[in-house]
Design a protein around this ligand. Structure first.
Ligand SMILES: Nc1nc2c(ncn2[C@@H]2O[C@H](COP(=O)(O)OP(=O)(O)OP(=O)(O)O)[C@@H](O)[C@H]2O)c(=O)[nH]1
Ligand SMILES: [Zn+2]
Length: 219
């Protein structure tokens, strides 16, 4: 396997630095959201729900929430195409599957978290391009750090891989629990929502698809 990277890693480092610095430091990443506006809005929410935003424990809350949103929505300011800038040539024309990638996102309806696992597989195309395994997980992060619905998140990952890597086929399966179904509303915790996006040969060929699904489901 292996060979040369197509591009220098500088853009990717930039993307990674923004996402990772946000995650590790808990401080806003550069090119951030309008923190002052979020702060103002959160203060309003606290007043609206009957809280006193000036009491001791809440004084810093609007600013904290604003910083948290900068992290949680960092994916809105990242071009997902930059994640796959590094690809390699390889003589591998069979399934590559990364299973159990942790996914955390916010549903766009309630801005409450949904969380679970992503499984991403692809069959390299005639161009022989593969990508670094971690890049699949990075792609999940970029799309997950936006207000989302699980179906769109699943499809966006699959479509970007098809577009950028031009593989023969792609399969993306997400299994998530939605806090908006657990903490409020119907209050059913533990329900798993499973979504899939299957493209190219994996969509057309039932046998390859079944093989990929079997690997995803094997424990
Ligand atoms: N399809 C889909 N629905 C989602 C997702 N996340 C949350 N939802 C649903 O979005 C729907 C919004 O429904 P609405 O009737 O507009 O809002 P609501 O009154 O708060 O709905 P309830 O949750 O049923 O109380 C709810 O059924 C949620 O369960 C998602 O990722 N995909
Ligand atoms: Zn929701």
């Amino acid at each position: 396997m292996a060979a040369s990277a197509t591009e220098p890693d500088s853009d990717l480092d930039h993307v990674a630095a923004r996402l990772v610095s946000g995650r590790l430091t808990g401080r806003p990443v550069e090119d951030s959201i309008d923190l002052a506006r979020v702060e103002k809005a959160v203060r309003e929410i606290l007043i609206a729900v009957g809280e006193d935003p000036d009491r001791d424990g809440l004084q810093q809350t609007p600013a904290r929430v604003a910083r948290a949103y900068a992290e949680l929505f960092a994916g809105l300011r990242v071009d997902p195409a930059q994640v796959l800038v590094t690809t390699f040539e390889a003589n591998h024309d069979e399934l590559v599957l990364v299973r159990d990638i942790d996914v955390m996102s916010l549903c766009e309806h309630h801005l409450l978290p949904f969380r679970g696992s992503a499984h991403i597989g692809y069959i390299p195309g005639s161009n022989g391009r593969i990508t670094g395994l971690s890049k699949l997980a990075r792609l999940v992060e970029v799309f997950a750090r936006r207000p989302q619905v699980q179906e769109r998140l699943t499809a966006q990952i699959a479509d970007l891989l098809m577009e950028q890597l031009q593989p023969r086929g792609v399969i993306v399966v997400l299994e998530c629990e939605h806090m908006c179904m657990a903490m409020r509303g119907i209050q059913k915790s533990g329900a798993q929502t499973i979504t899939s996006a299957v493209r190219g040969s994996l969509q057309q060929d039932a046998k390859s698809r079944a093989e990929a699904m079997a690997l995803i489901n094997s424990r």
